[in-house]
Design a protein around this ligand. Structure first.
Ligand code: HEM
Length: 122
């Protein structure tokens, strides 16, 4: 069975996915403010490593766990509506890149399964 990472098209596809996803996030004023003071090159690299990991690719994510990474954003009002935007753009970007519907559903579900961690609820 090919991993989801392989199904998507490996490293170049995950690079493209990550870049397109952040372009959408930064262009959307429902979420863009959260990234105002963030080094986006660093963020892109971390997000790419993370997406590689959750899709079964070869890299090893060394970033923070989701609860720690987002704790300070809760004070700035981070909530379910923002996670909805993330899940939406991840799915939409995968569709644009021609990912199989099953792969899109899997990544959406993976992102949704992190919702409570990101929002500090467990
Ligand atoms: C399932 C949902 C999400 C996932 C999987 C995710 C994933 C990540 C990852 C992997 C990092 C890097 C952690 C590190 O610094 O080591 C990160 C950081 C960050 N995320 Fe998320 N994230 C999600 C939801 C959100 C949402 C909804 C927002 C805001 C709209 C957001 C804003 C940020 C910001 C601003 C940082 C940088 C924090 C910092 O460096 O101080 N994330 N996220």
């Amino acid at each position: 069975m090919p991993t989801l990472y392989e199904q998507l098209g490996g490293e170049p596809a995950v690079q493209e996915l990550t870049e397109r996803f952040y372009r959408k996030m930064l262009a959307d004023d429902r979420v863009s403010d959260f990234f105002d003071d963030i080094d986006m090159d660093r963020q892109l690299a971390k997000q790419k490593a993370f997406l590689t990991m959750v899709t079964g690719g070869p890299n090893h994510y060394t970033g923070k766990d989701m609860r720690t990474a987002h704790a300070h954003l809760l004070q700035r009002g981070l909530n379910d509506s923002h996670v909805d935007v993330v899940v939406h753009y991840l799915g939409e970007t995968l569709e644009e890149l021609g990912a199989p519907a099953e792969a899109v559903a899997t990544v959406r579900a993976a992102a949704n399964s992190l919702r409570d961690d990101v929002l500090g609820r467990r």
